[in-house]
Design a protein around this ligand. Structure first.
Ligand SMILES: C[S@@+](CC[C@H](N)C(=O)[O-])C[C@H]1O[C@@H](n2cnc3c(N)ncnc32)[C@H](O)[C@@H]1O
Length: 270
């Protein structure tokens, strides 16, 4: 697990790739202006900013995270955005949310609920508990990517490593995979459950920000893979994915990559 400073740097770097996708997800939710919501596992608070923008000056967002270190960074992010009055941050565990039943109009969580080793269904139940009847529960998960165009076999091998299949863990029940979230939503009694796929992409010529984001993404998706690759794959990985290599794939004039987020959404019964 990278240290907090590395996580923060990566989250900032990735923001240029993810922000438009997550903004589109928030727009699709049509959160009521003036509503109050929860961002569970808020990390640096970057989506709390987008959520606060969506509900407007009369609305409010509570960002909750287990990591007090990340919350210190989040406080700075929120303060610098001038949104301290509209976003509160709270240390807490999504497994036992420190909020009353029905405290929020909606709850949202990105890349947290559905992540191993936490069993997902109780987390969705907990999110549902703190949302009022008629309110929305939405969880989003990074669900696929193609980052090495022209090298599908190498990319398939990388995807089959332990970090490549994260947040899933080999041997886990298929029902606990994040793409099976519709069943978790149904089991906790959420209604009108839907899933939507949101796509982000990047292509040459890459901006400096996109380049930094993709470098961070390579590091995040495939750390420590050497022991799980053949020597040939490891050599190809180093040749294509390390910025100092003369064959670094991001330098290709036809570079193109895409990724998806899956947004599961349901309505609290009542
Ligand atoms: C991959 S990061 C995602 C952060 C943010 N949602 C984003 O997409 O940028 C996962 C976050 O979930 C938080 N987290 C992990 N387990 C948690 C728990 N049990 N309760 C609350 N937050 C948790 C981590 O500290 C981290 O900030």
């Amino acid at each position: 697990m990278p240290n907090v400073d590395t996580l923060v740097q990566m989250a900032w770097a990735m923001n240029s790739l993810r922000e438009s996708v997550l903004r589109a997800a928030i727009e699709a939710l049509e959160l009521p202006p003036g509503s109050r919501g929860l961002d569970a596992g808020c990390g640096l608070g970057l989506q709390a900013l987008l959520l606060a923008e969506a509900v407007g000056p009369a609305g409010h967002v509570t960002g909750l995270d287990l990591s007090s270190d990340l919350l210190l960074h989040a406080e700075e992010v929120v303060r610098e955005a001038g949104l301290s009055g509209r976003i509160s941050l709270r240390e807490g565990d999504v497994r036992r949310l420190p909020f009353d039943d029905g405290a929020f109009d909606w709850a949202w969580s990105v890349d947290c609920v559905g992540y191993a080793p936490m069993e997902p269904q109780p987390l969705v139940k907990e999110l549902t508990r703190v949302v009022k009847p008629g309110g929305t529960v939405a969880i989003l998960a990074w669900s696929s990517e193609t980052l090495l165009p022209g090298h599908p076999v190498l990319e398939a091998h990388l995807s089959a490593t332990s970090s490549g299949i994260a947040p899933f863990i080999a041997g886990r029940r298929p029902e606990s995979h994040c793409l099976r979230a519709l069943s978790w939503f149904r089991e906790v009694g959420l209604e009108d459950n839907t899933v939507r796929t949101l796509v982000g992409d990047a292509h040459a010529p890459l901006t400096d920000e996109e380049r930094r984001a993709l470098i961070a993404l390579f590091e995040m998706r495939w750390p420590g893979v050497e022991s799980e690759l053949t020597p040939q794959d490891w050599a190809a990985f180093q040749r294509l994915c390390l910025p100092e290599s003369p064959d670094f794939i991001l330098d290709n004039s036809d570079y193109y990559a895409f990724f998806t987020y899956s947004m599961f959404r349901g309505t609290v019964a009542g």
